[in-house]
Every structure is written in C-alpha cells, then in structure tokens.
Design a protein around this ligand. Structure first.
Ligand code: PLP
Length: 464
C-alpha cells in the first residue's frame, strides 16, 4: 500500500454506495438540510433530542405532518412510517379517538395534581390486560423503570440490578452496561460518566440460565430488569424454557423480576406477558400506552405492594407529609395523559387492531423472506406480533454477543439511507418494522418492492 493510500484508504464498495445515497438524499431534502443547519445554532445536538440526529441520510428529515401510517416532510416527500416514533406512535398518527380525548381533556384541565375518574377505568383495564393488581404512572418508560428499580431496592435492601447484554431500558444508569470479556462494561457507544457500574449493575447474556444463576447466587441483586424478548439490539427471542427458568431462579434467590413491555406491548393487548402467561413481580410499559403523549406505567403484585406498604404505609390521615417514594414526577398521571390512555385502551389498541397489525407484520416478514430466499443471502426475518426485523445473519441470535459478531453497521446504514430515499422510514437503530392500525397491505408491499431493489443494488455492486 502506498503512503497516500494509507492516509486516504479507498472507500469500500458499501461506502461508495452510501456516499451516493447520502448525496441523493441531500439533493432531494434541501429544506430539511437547511433546517438542520439552523438547528445547530439552537440545540446541543442540532435537534431538540439528541436521538433525532441518528438518521442514516446524514441529517433528519423535518416532519411537516403525520397521519395514520404516513409522514410528510417539509420537502414534500411521503414516507410509509414503520418507525412509528420507535413505538411511541404505534397507535398511528392522529387516531381520532386520541385527538378527540386529548382536545376534550385540554379544555377541562391538563394537569391538576388530582386524580380523575378516567384513572379508575384505566387502572381496572391495566389489571385486566396485564394481570397485576396495583399501578403507578410516570411520564416515561425510563421513569417507570427507575421507579420499579427503586421499589425493588427498598423492599429487598439490595443495591444491584441485573440486565442482559445488549439491553436498552431508557436512561436507566444501571442498565447502561454490557458484557465485556466476562465483566461489566459500558454499553455500546455510551460515554462514561464517572459511575462505577460494577457497584450497581450485573450483566449476563440473554438465554444463559447458568450465568444468571451464578450472578444471582450471592444474593446481592435487587431485581432482574429485562424485556421478555430483546428488541433493542436486533430481535433476540427467548429460547424454550428461558422464562420458566428465569422465574424459578429469581424466586429462589429472593430477586425481583421486572418485565419491561415498553416495546413488546406490540405482541398483543396484554403484551408478551399475557400472551405467554409470565408472572413478573413488576411490569413496565410506556410509549404507545398514551398514543404518543408522554407516559409510563408500572404494575406490582399483591406481594410487592404488601412489602412496600410495610415500609411506607398506604394512607395515614394524621401525617400528611409522610415519606414519599422518591419516584414519579409532578406531571405523572396528569388528567390529559390519563384521558388519552383511556381512549387508547378503549378504542385503538384493541384485539381487532392487534390482529390487523400482526397480519401486516406477517405479510411484510413473509415477503422479505421471499426476497432473501430468491437472492440466496444468509439473512433472516423475525416476526413477533406487530413487529418484524430483518437481520444480516442466517438465524435468530440467542444473545447480544451473537448479534455483535454478525453486525454489519455500514450495510445497515446503507439500507436505511436507501429506504429514506425511497419513502420508507424504519427505526434508525436497526432494521425493525412496526405496524399501526392504519398500516395497509399497500404500505407493506411498498416495502417489499423497495427491499427487493436494495438487494438487487448490493448484489450488483458485489457488496454481499
Ligand atoms: C424496552 C425499553 N424500555 C424503556 C425505554 C425507554 O423509553 P422512554 O425513552 O420513552 O423513556 C425504551 C426506549 O426505547 C425501551 O426500548
């Protein structure tokens, strides 16, 4: 290799294609590009949330409006939205039941530090769906996880939280870890912040019951926090018998089990938990539960409630300023959010809509499998409920290590940039598709056609 080539290595075939797609994107999204430049003057990371910068085109499109399963950007492009706000928009954009309930409640008071009668209906419905008797509301799933962890620490007197490598549970410090050479390391791309994670976290591979048993044996873990199947590092299904063993070993070691259904609520009306008869000590959800209005919820069993009330009594009329729990926030359970949650549970995330969403996810997965099979590529598609995922490996992974070993980040970025140029939005982190009630068979077929062209493109370029 010459010195010049070492300093300026030739771009790989994927990089050449990506440069081309990003230039195509730039030239057709001039208004978004200009908005993004102006955003640099006002925002720490160019946009109101740093997550918004992580799109494959090189900058985000600026949304003009969204309806149902479609988004229109300020340059006038239409997208089939399979990202759906990374699940926050799983009800679809602007469903009538939600907009009507929100408008009505805004006129009657958005937030009052008072419960409304809607909360009674919502509480009963959450118990009917998920099986847990007592609920608390927060303003995000992150906050619900933090609340669950705090309660687990209160009732067990233990400090540590165990998570599975490759997990994501929001801005929960204890979960910002992954397994590195058998030890607790910082999660992929998380910047260090001075916290000694080995003091508060344990981490093992998903589906590895032996490692879990060893990690819980010392009796210093307050809770295991897990999704019922992993959705944040590619889709990693739970293997046969995993959940039964997880429940058994957590019970045996006095460790609480928190199941985070924030994404897997896409499995059905009561999430994966109801579908598979899981029995967590606590259950967390958020995002879609209030139609995109900030909300988080967590439920606890009778036993956890009793243990908590022994520490912090339920009601004591004589002592108004009794201990608070150190969880939640001023706006948690506000009247607006609760009214919308009711509208969502009554009229949007219904059995019938879940069936439609699952059918469209199955249609997408089946068609994508067909494209993959015809091309002979060693890729696979997983479909769980209303969600599907294309992964660049032949079989579903068992754990985060397998995902990491097979990951082709540059090819994934190219696929996502191509999608955006062709009017398809997927979650910007990996190739995951979510259906909403308004997603149509035509929307799905649009993806199939675009995906087939992408496969042709990378095949012709000799990239795969
Ligand atoms: C499983 C899971 N839990 C919790 C969260 C945090 O949700 P939020 O960012 O709305 O607090 C996420 C976010 O992606 C998630 O995937």
């Amino acid at each position: 290799m010459t010195a010049a080539a070492a300093i300026h290595p030739r771009p790989t075939a994927v990089e050449t294609l990506l440069d081309r797609e990003q230039e195509r994107f730039r030239l057709t999204h001039l208004k978004s590009e200009a908005a993004w430049k102006t955003g640099q003057e006002h925002f720490l990371y160019g946009a109101p949330s740093h997550w918004m910068r992580r799109w494959a085109g090189g900058f985000p499109v600026y949304a003009a409006e969204a309806k149902g399963a479609h988004i229109r950007d300020i340059d006038g492009h239409d997208y089939v939205d399979f990202c759906l706000g990374d699940t926050g928009g799983m009800c679809g954009h602007g469903p009538e039941a939600v907009t009507r309930a929100a408008a009505r409640q805004l006129e009657r008071g958005a937030t009052m530090m008072l419960p409304t009668e809607d909360s009674l209906w919502v509480g009963a419905e959450l118990t009917r769906r998920f099986g847990l008797p007592y609920w608390t509301f927060t303003t995000s799933a992150t906050d619900a996880n933090r609340g669950g962890i705090r309660i687990a620490r209160m009732v067990t007197g233990r400090a540590k939280v165990l998570v599975f490598s490759g997990c994501y549970h929001g801005g929960v410090e204890e979960a910002h870890v992954e397994l590195r050479d058998g030890h607790v390391g910082l999660r992929n791309m998380i910047h260090p912040n001075g916290v000694d994670h080995s003091a508060v976290s344990k981490v093992v591979e998903f589906n590895d019951i032996g490692a879990l048993e060893r990690a819980l044996a010392p009796g210093d873990v307050a809770c295991v926090l897990t999704e019922p199947l992993m959705t944040n590092f590619g889709t990693i299904p739970a293997t046969e018998g995993f959940h039964a063993a997880l429940r058994e070993v957590t019970r045996r070691t006095g460790t609480l089990l928190i199941i985070d259904e924030t994404h897997t609520i896409s499995c059905g009306p009561g999430g994966y938990t109801a579908l598979h008869g899981l029995a967590p000590d606590m259950l967390v959800a958020g995002k879609a539960i209030a139609g995109g209005i900030p909300a988080g919820i967590f439920g606890v069993t009778e036993e956890i409630a009793e243990r908590l009330w022994a520490l912090v009594p339920k009601v004591n009329p004589r002592i108004r300023q009794s201990a608070h729990l150190g969880i939640g926030g001023t706006l948690a359970g506000n009247a607006l959010t609760v009214a919308v949650m009711r509208a969502v549970l009554e009229g949007v995330l219904t059995e019938a809509n879940y069936e439609k969403m699952a059918a469209n996810a199955a249609r997408l997965a089946e068609a994508a499998r067909g494209v993959i099979k015809a091309s002979g590529l060693p890729w696979h598609v997983t479909r769980v409920g209303a969600r599907a995922e294309i992964m660049f490996m032949p079989n579903p992974p068992k754990n985060g290590a397998e995902v990491r070993a097979a990951r082709q980040g540059d090819l994934e970025t190219l696929l996502h940039a191509f999608y955006m140029n062709e009017g398809i939005l997927v979650t910007p982190f990996h190739t995951m598709f979510l259906m909403c009630p308004a997603t149509s068979a035509e929307d799905v077929d649009r993806h199939t056609e675009v995906f087939a062209r992408f496969v042709g493109l990378v095949r012709d370029a000799g990239v795969v």
